[in-house]
Design a protein around this ligand. Structure first.
Ligand code: PLP
Length: 285
């Protein structure tokens, strides 16, 4: 049985309660973050806390706790739930006004803040990282502010099910012929030694792992191109991979049935995974 955090209290998961009038439940009016835990420590915490504030700001939502308190809550939950490897999920919503109404409630309405842990033993040693994943592509039918990390995740969820139905592991979303990102990760290809990933805009989530991986790639003198890439480019790439807080760097070996290279994870993805895990473990808090 887990201990979770709800609005200032640490409670057993069965006793955690949120109102039926909560705007997260009624309107998906909430944002979230996922921070990985490796060897009991938080990976990239400061960057996730900064993005949380940005998401809240873009939606005119109040910041419910300051960074120090947020770190303390993360650490407390990791300790209480004895998480060695896993993640901490955080969600903040605009709270629960007295009634359902499209208009935002007045500023006096307290935001709802919920955090819980998920234990994932051996998270960094996933055997999938050694074999790579297969992706299909689907049209990107999400809303236009994908840079805000909202809990409005129905389309990515549908895309994940389309991938499953097709016998693949995940889906890459395509808009105007170019790949935006994966259902819950940023997408990359490698061609002639250059790492290509879509530039930042409102079209994609500004991944925390993306920022770290691109920094490490540049420090290692790898060539990085931040630009849109087409599905055709992707299918004929030398290699491909995705990044996210919980998958780190995950090689992609097949796109829409087209095998990349020899069908095994490429050297660039493998190297970046190694560097990312090593460096982020060192900087973990
Ligand atoms: N893109 C989308 C749509 C996501 O949902 C996520 C993570 O959930 C990412 C990218 C990767 O972001 P991060 O590296 O911050 O986990």
């Amino acid at each position: 049985m887990r201990t979770v955090y709800v609005n200032g209290q640490y409670v057993p998961e069965q006793e955690a309660v949120v109102s039926v009038f909560d705007r997260g439940f009624l309107f998906a009016d909430g944002v979230y973050e996922v921070v990985s835990v490796l060897s009991g420590k938080l990976i990239d915490f400061a960057a996730h806390a900064a993005r949380l504030k940005r998401s809240l700001g873009e939606l005119d939502m109040r910041v419910p706790v300051d960074d120090d308190e947020l770190l303390e809550i993360h650490r407390e939950l990791v300790q209480l739930n004895e998480i060695e490897d896993g993640l901490v999920y955080l969600q903040v919503t605009r709270g629960a006004p007295a009634d359902r109404d499209f208009a935002y409630p007045d500023a006096g309405t307290e935001p709802t803040i919920v955090l819980f842990t998920q234990s994932k033993p051996g998270l960094a040693d996933s055997p999938v990282a050694k074999s790579g994943i297969r992706v299909i592509t689907v049209p990107d039918q999400r809303w236009g502010r994908r840079d805000i990390k909202t809990v409005q995740l129905l389309y990515p969820s549908m895309a994940k099910m389309m991938a499953k139905a097709a016998g693949a592991d995940d889906a890459w979303m395509v808009e105007d012929g170019s790949v935006t990102e994966g259902t819950s990760n940023n997408a990359y290809i490698v061609k002639d030694g250059a790492i290509v990933t879509r530039h930042l805009s409102t079209d994609i989530l500004h991944g925390i792992t993306r920022a770290a991986v691109l920094r490490f790639a540049r420090e290692a003198q790898m060539r990085v191109e931040e630009r849109a890439f087409t599905l055709d480019e992707a299918k004929t790439a030398d290699e491909a991979f995705v990044t996210s807080a919980s998958a780190f760097v995950m090689p992609v070996v097949e796109i829409d049935g087209a095998t990349l290279g020899d069908g095994t994870p490429g050297p660039v993805a493998a190297r970046l995974r190694e560097i990312y895990l090593e460096e982020s473990r060192k900087a973990a808090v």
